[in-house]
Design a protein around this ligand. Structure first.
Ligand code: HEC
Ligand code: HEC
Length: 299
């Protein structure tokens, strides 16, 4: 904050506190007028529907409480940040407190993490405490994309089934998490032409066991061998090295309607799983691996 605004805030805060205190004391005593009769109370002279207003000083408890808040405010502003750029004599900061809490949590959980990272994923999934911790990690880091139940949505794979783009062994999952994954389905609309896209889509429906146009699928089969088999495999069951999905299982990352499948072929798809290796410590990734592994094992 610039010095000007800092001083501005300090001056106005001081004026407000002094002003409130003055107001408090100014209203403490009531001047009793001379012509008040014995036993009669001082009134303000305001009358509403025959109801008159007493001119009494503030009740003592109220006055003291108000005074207490003023004293509290002054002490607070001396100890903690609040007056412009003045940081308070205690030197407390939000960042400082946060760092302290993080350090505390790390010290508290370090032995647990250490124990868990020494345990193979296949065993870890039987440990309810570890799974609870991993679930929290998943919710904080992964649920935005994969859903809080891990079931994914359009473009975000379901992690709770046994269908894997890149493989579902503990090792495969960990590789996915550490390095991330970049799906690369090229746009083939240009090479195939609209008729070719239509034919090859019918072929995809055929191999996934769906209703299809036999003549178009026949023509599409030729195209598939030429343009698609290198990645999706000659039989269309996919390739986990490339993350090319199995096209025969009826599970669709980008939707299985004729329009969406044609869109995938015509325009390509480029799903991106962001790498976690530089964001999360190895022991957290180990726990997350166990969590993802457990999702499909619990099916
Ligand atoms: C920004 C969104 C996003 C976040 C955050 C994200 N993912 Fe992903 N993840 C994806 C996408 C998109 C893919 C599919 C990549 C592709 O299409 O090739 C994917 C793929 C995966 C796969 C591979 C699935 C398979 O079938 O092989 C796993 C496992 C996975 N994510 C786990 C996680 C975990 C665990 C986290 C949290 C640490 C996480 N993801 C965070 C978007 C995300
Ligand atoms: C260079 C490798 C490559 C080639 C060639 C390729 N694909 Fe793909 N395809 C992929 C990858 C990788 C994905 C997944 C993209 C992602 O995860 O974002 C994919 C996704 C798809 C999808 C979406 C699947 C779903 O679950 O929603 C369809 C449909 C598809 N490809 C069909 C085809 C057809 C038909 C051809 C040939 C005309 C073809 N692909 C050629 C690699 C390829």
């Amino acid at each position: 904050m610039s010095t000007f605004w800092s001083i501005w805030i300090i001056v106005f805060t001081a004026i407000t506190i002094v002003g409130c205190t003055w107001l408090l004391f100014a209203n403490r005593k009531v001047e009793v007028s001379d012509d008040l009769k014995e036993g009669e109370a001082q009134k303000t002279g305001h009358v509403y529907d025959g109801i008159e207003e007493y001119d009494n000083p503030l009740p003592a408890w109220w006055f003291k409480m108000f005074l207490g808040t003023v004293v509290f405010g002054v002490i607070y502003l001396v100890l903690y940040p609040g007056l412009g750029n003045f940081g308070g004599v205690l030197g407390w900061t939000q960042v400082g407190q946060w760092e302290e809490e993080v350090a505390e949590a790390e010290a508290k959980y370090a032995p647990l993490y250490e124990q868990y990272s020494g345990t193979p994923v296949e065993e870890l999934i039987a440990n309810p405490e570890a799974m609870k911790m991993s679930r929290r990690l998943f919710n904080n880091n992964c649920a935005v994309c994969h859903g809080s139940d891990g079931r994914g949505s359009y473009g975000f794979p379901n992690l709770a089934d046994n269908d894997w783009l890149y493989g579902g062994s503990a090792e495969d999952i960990k590789t996915t998490l550490v390095n991330g994954r970049q799906g690369a389905m090229p746009a083939l609309g240009g090479a195939l032409g609209e008729k070719g896209v239509d034919n090859v889509a019918e072929y995809v429906f055929k191999i996934s066991g769906r209703e299809h146009d036999a003549a178009k699928a026949e023509a599409g089969g030729q195209l598939f061998a030429t343009y698609c088999a290198a990645c999706h495999g000659p039989d269309g069951t996919g390739n986990k090295m490339l993350g090319a999905p199995n096209l025969t299982d009826g599970i669709w990352l980008y939707g299985g309607s004729p329009t969406l499948v044609r869109h995938s072929i015509r325009n390509g798809r480029n799903g991106n799983m962001p790498a976690q290796g530089d964001k999360l410590k190895a022991e957290k990734i180990h726990l997350l691996t166990a969590y993802v592994y457990s999702l499909s094992k619990n099916q």
